[in-house]
Design a binder for this molecule. Sequence first.
Ligand code: ADP
Ligand code: MG
Length: 497
Amino acid sequence: MRQKSQTVHEDAERKLKTVDYDLCKYRCLLTKKKFIGRGLRYLYLFKNLICIGKVSLYFEIFKSPYVQIPERQFRINSELRIKWTYSKTKLNSIIFQVSGQQYEYHGTNEQLRELKQKFALYVFQVQIQDEYSAESVLGRGSYATVLELTNLFTKKQYAAKCIDQQRINEKKNGQKQLQQEIETMRILSEQKHDNILLLHELYIGNQNYYLVMEMAKGGSLLSLMKKRQTLFSRSDIKLIMKQLLEGLMFIHHHNIMHRDLKPENILFMNKDLESLVIADFGLAQSVDSHPYTYPKCGTPGFVAPEILEQDSDLARYTVSCDIFSAGVILYVLLIGEPLFEKKDRKEQLELNRKCEINLSKFSSDQLDDLEKDILMKMLSKNPDFRWSADNLLKHKFFVSQDSIEQEVDFYKLNNISILKKQQMPTFSKNPFMQFGKNISLVRDHALTLSLRQRNCTLVMQTNLRFDKSSQEQLITEQVYGMGSFNQQKDEINQTNP
Ligand SMILES: Nc1ncnc2c1ncn2[C@@H]1O[C@H](COP(=O)(O)OP(=O)(O)O)[C@@H](O)[C@H]1O
Ligand SMILES: [Mg+2]
């Protein structure tokens, strides 16, 4: 015990010389219980380090720890754990757990809450059930199950991405990938952008890692597409793509590639289409951190051809791989069919790799010139020819008058009372269905719509209202995924000893 404590101390002394207090991200004063009474301790949070030291006369006079040797120094790594103690609804103390040792410091609820917020994106905390209860399954991806959580104190809802520790440890580079996902979300969450899903806290349980995030109540773009009987209107498509590209621009400015953009990974914070966020940074990678973890990754049908083409672990590509995937999403939204479709996965990947795209087969009713042009700028096989997110946002596609508005004018002229397209509730009623029976009345523009309707492969059998989406998913989960759902839920909801 004594020896361990000394090791930490010596380490602190040695490292102290290299600590630059100007780089400190946050500091506060806590207390430590002593044999008799309590002693004041300062706490400094750095990018990779937490320093804790006694408050000396020098500190009290100059409010600076510069000449002090910290009593403790905790390296922020995957070994460090933080436990909070509570007295009723208030935080009581913070406990650092490292190498089988525990170091406890006390503070007021307000101080500790602030500290929790600062640490939450850096260090794994334990006992998630002290802070949250699990409600339902929000979704499942290729390696995680996402649960809906309620914070026990604020009653606010969150989503927790639950990642099985065993699966991660068995997977080659699994830990590295998880660290990258967390690091990416941390960087993007600290800077904050309206179109990026925010990470809120990190927890670890006996079997799972928990990435507690904001909850996207609107579901995924995929779930919205499945629920519709027709395609989105053009103004809605523009709205979706604008936000997607703005989010991408932000990610790309940080020199990060998402590498797995697809409708499942695009979520909406609420019922409003104007609340798009990019999610799932599980394959995100800095362009500069080379060689890449999983250089050949992504989803068949959405992945950029240069990723499929490379045959070396040392291959490089750039952020423009995401532009390609965003181009496929735009294509699917406009045409209603997958761009590269084959039942056999190998054949689909081959189509995807060859990337022979022929947009001229579409009549101008199906794809107008601006749509074809922007698609070509996103779907170029050569990544160097693809436009950046910044430039795409300046493309005429986003500024041109929507042809659908002209159609509305036509109805107005003919004194037919309909809602303006932009004002229509997007999901509760299908705008196109209203015209269905009178299609012969309708000019070319509306004919476009009827053609699109026929082309749409994303048709759902049911016409569920939007707000039933999570229930619908939940039912599926309960039927098919009972085992692991209960396991995660139990780990979160277990009662405290
Ligand atoms: N913050 C969130 N709010 C609501 N649903 C979410 C949230 N994050 C993920 N989901 C749902 O869970 C699914 C899987 O999450 P994702 O992060 O994509 O996991 P994976 O890395 O395994 O693909 C998503 O497609 C989405 O339906
Ligand atoms: Mg996913």
